[in-house]
Ligand binder design. Structure first.
Ligand code: NDP
Length: 398
């Protein structure tokens, strides 16, 4: 039995807290801490299980060390923002506690998505006998596990992957993002990169568009190519992959608003002078956009996130499509959140359970594809995210 400390009381933090409270056969105590304690208290009040709450500034290592010392968790689940990854890892090292997150570190002043900063902790975690599990959300996270499953079970050699993320739901708002607006807009406006012939190829942000016919009644939707962090670890750890692309659906309405916001400078992440004060336009924009947490009761429809892996099996070329379908309204009924936070928060808790039960535990810093995918998926399915495998179908090259 082990205690966990969850840091971050946003959309994902809410789901993680709900789901930890459903796993009390393994988790013996839950503390939820964030910058704003009232948000932790509001989440705790939704749950019929005692949740301790605390205030912490996770940019501050001594504050984190004091909180960890007081709570004495076995594991810290970081679902604050990517900016806090390194300070929380530092505090875990100082206090001798395991670490898990759902997004790679980003320096606040450049939208740069790479694992280098966190991979640099490898030797320190190993020497301390501690584990850090990186990117245990859906994408990154389950998409890494799906790719590992394709490599373990369905293909002798994975040559190409297309990770495809569809949100076929609608919240009825003119413009809103499904998770933290600042992080979301930094990601979608970044220069696109994909992996081809052992190198990264750059192209314009969302400049490459295809149509994809999604399963289970969702039907055809436009998908746009963009960079996503799991490709970096996947091509490192599964080196047979010659081509990796990431695609996401966006409505015409979302893209129209985004284009205008970019054109007028509202997505800038550098400081500008306003009324004698320095402000970052994107942070200001975040403060006037709908809070993703408020979209839960409004969002209807489904998400479909998965991986098409192409490669060789028994000497023949073969494809496998592995995906999950998740329903926004069902998620809201269960944990008061829409499916984007749900599909991130549930794998975070499954990753935590893998570490706490020792099924996935090795000292060092790891990405999800470095462990047995079947052990993870056995727990993910009953926790609310079932996996569908279409083995040997035909999908067009994207
Ligand atoms: P939100 O903005 O809803 O929540 C973030 C929370 O972190 C807020 O409660 C916020 O504080 C808290 N926080 C921010 N800065 C600090 C700080 N310095 N100290 C303490 N707490 C802080 O974000 P989401 O819940 O939507 O996303 C959480 C994480 O999940 C992000 O890192 C995001 O990138 C990741 N994510 C991963 C996905 C995946 O599939 N892998 C998909 C979607 C998201 P406050 O209490 O003041 O509100």
């Amino acid at each position: 039995m082990s205690k966990v400390l969850i840091i971050g009381a946003g959309g994902v933090g809410g789901v993680v807290t709900h789901k930890c409270a459903q796993a009390t056969d393994i988790i013996s105590g839950i503390t939820l801490a964030s910058r704003t304690k009232s948000k932790c208290d509001a989440i705790a009040a939704q749950i019929d299980y005692p949740i301790q709450t605390a205030q912490v500034n996770a940019d501050n290592v001594p504050e984190l060390v004091a909180l960890i010392g007081q709570v004495k968790p076995k594991l810290v689940i970081n679902v604050a923002l990517p900016y806090q990854d390194l300070t929380i890892m530092d505090a875990c090292l100082e206090t001798g506690v395991d670490y898990l997150d759902t997004a790679n570190y980003e320096p606040p002043d450049t939208a740069k998505f790479e694992y280098s900063w966190q991979w640099a902790y490898q030797e320190r975690f190993k020497a301390a006998g501690l584990m850090a599990l990186l990117g245990s959300g859906f994408d990154p996270g389950v998409t890494n596990v799906y790719t590992a499953l394709a490599a373990k079970k369905y293909l002798d050699e994975v040559l190409e992957i297309d990770i495809i993320d569809a949100n076929a739901g609608s919240h009825g708002q003119p413009f809103a993002t499904n998770f933290n607006p600042e992080i979301n807009i930094r990601e979608v406006t970044a220069t696109c990169r994909h992996w081809e012939n052992n190198q990264w190829i750059e192209s314009g942000a969302l400049a490459t568009k295809r149509s994809f016919d999604f399963p289970e009644g969702i039907g055809p939707m436009n998908i746009y190519r963009m960079y996503h962090e799991e490709m970096e670890s996947l091509v490192k750890h599964i080196p047979s992959i010659k081509k990796a692309q990431f695609w996401m659906t966006f409505s015409d309405n979302y893209l129209k608003h985004l284009e205008v916001l970019q054109n007028v400078g509202m997505t800038r992440i550098d400081e500008v002078e306003y009324n004698g004060q320095k402000i970052v336009p994107l942070q200001f924009l975040k403060s006037v956009l709908p809070d993703p947490g408020s979209l839960g009761p409004l969002t209807k429809g489904k998400t479909c996130i998965g991986v098409i892996a192409r490669g060789i099996k028994d000497g023949q070329r073969k494809q496998v499509y592995i995906y999950n379908i998740c329903d926004h309204e069902e998620c809201y009924k269960e944990v008061k959140s829409q499916a984007i936070s749900y599909t991130t928060g549930v794998p975070a808790v499954v990753g935590a359970l893998m570490m706490l039960t020792g099924k996935w535990h090795r000292p060092g810093v790891y990405n999800m594809e470095q462990f047995d995918p079947e052990l993870f998926l056995e727990v993910l399915d009953p926790m609310g995210l079932p996996t569908v495998v279409v083995d040997g179908g035909e999908w067009p090259e994207l």
